[in-house]
Design a protein around this ligand. Structure first.
Ligand code: CP
Ligand code: NVA
Length: 310
């Protein structure tokens, strides 16, 4: 089934851009490239190709994994820092998209407004990948699905409980997870739920029972296969820090919460983590944590994606 999926030239602006079969095909390709790397094989899927990487926000994982991924596929990546392009001020988004399209084979962009990635995709003639916007983080979700699949041998029927902020990372996980048959529970403080349109779409994809919203983290983790958390203050929300720290009190993923889920639960975090805020240090470093597998899989998942779309 997945072998026949062709994604050449396709954007990845939002995870819902891809069908379940297309997502499965990317996961399969990622797994193949990971195994190939372990065998020490040289790859050439992106030979002679260049990826432009536009960053309006900081990054460790996204920058390094895209850059290394392109190199390992025989291609090249160019890092464009916020001050280089000054999207929307020095140069309009459509102009940047049209210029880059004349030189490079793909564009990856990490932006504040989701609209900026959409606009890049509308005006570029090469594929555009969302490397995180305020609305979604689809590359993270694909890497996370790969990680969960590796640890559990499947995705379908697994329960993932999100504890914390209803943010961009959760949006992509809800949509991607529901599409691939997972059941998702989001425990957030009141007022910090994921967007209602995203929840409605995830329920449309996975069935009404695919997504449960609650304000009770302890009840939410019962029977969970995975507990997932992320920072309480996302990039761009720094001014809300004090207010958010107050709102999220009681939502830390600590040892007691992990115990309430049972001994087999895996703990995930997209990183960077703030120890002592959304996650206790001993949980992040503890035996349930698979955060470094997730971080590693950013590389393999994005290589799978790049190999298919460039
Ligand atoms: N998880 C993630 O996207 O990390 P960076 O912000 O370091 O890229
Ligand atoms: N929600 C976080 C994810 C960082 C990878 C943010 O947007 O800052």
């Amino acid at each position: 089934m997945t072998a026949s999926v062709k994604l050449t030239g396709r954007d990845l602006v939002a995870i819902d851009d891809y069908s379940a079969d297309e997502l499965r095909a990317v996961l399969a390709r990622s797994g193949e490239l990971k195994a190939s790397m372990r065998r020490g094989e040289r790859r050439a899927e992106a030979a002679g190709k260049t990826l432009a990487m536009i960053f309006e926000k900081p990054s460790l994982r996204t920058r390094v994994t895209f850059e290394v991924g392109m190199l390992q596929l025989g291609g090249h990546a160019i890092y464009l820092a916020p001050q280089d392009i000054q999207l929307g001020t020095r140069e309009s988004v459509p102009d940047a998209a049209r210029n880059l399209s004349r030189w490079v084979n793909g564009i990856m962009a990490r932006t504040f407004a989701h609209r900026t990635v959409q606009e890049l995709a509308e005006h570029a003639s090469v594929p555009v990948i969302n490397g995180l916007s305020d609305w979604e983080h689809p590359c993270q979700a694909i890497a996370d699905l790969l990680t969960i699949q590796e640890h559990f041998g499947r995705l379908e029927g697994l329960k993932l409980t999100w504890v914390g902020d209803g943010n961009n990372v959760l949006h992509s996980l809800l949509l991607g997870g529901a599409k691939l048959g997972m059941s998702l529970v989001a425990a957030t403080p009141a007022g910090y739920e994921p967007d209602a349109k995203v929840v409605a779409r995830a329920r449309e994809l996975g069935g009404a029972g695919a997504v449960t919203l609650t304000h009770d983290p302890r009840g939410a983790v019962a029977g969970a296969d995975v507990i997932y958390t992320d920072v309480w203050v996302s990039m761009g929300q720094e001014a809300e820090r004090a207010e958010r720290l107050r709102a999220f009190a009681g939502f830390q993923v600590d040892t007691a919460l992990v115990r309430a889920a049972g001994p087999k639960v895996k703990v995930m975090h997209c990183l960077p983590a703030h120890r002592g805020e959304e996650i206790a240090a001993d949980v992040l470093e503890g035996p349930s944590s698979i955060v470094l597998d997730q971080a590693e899989n950013r590389l393999h998942a994005q290589k799978g994606l790049l190999a298919m779309i460039l």
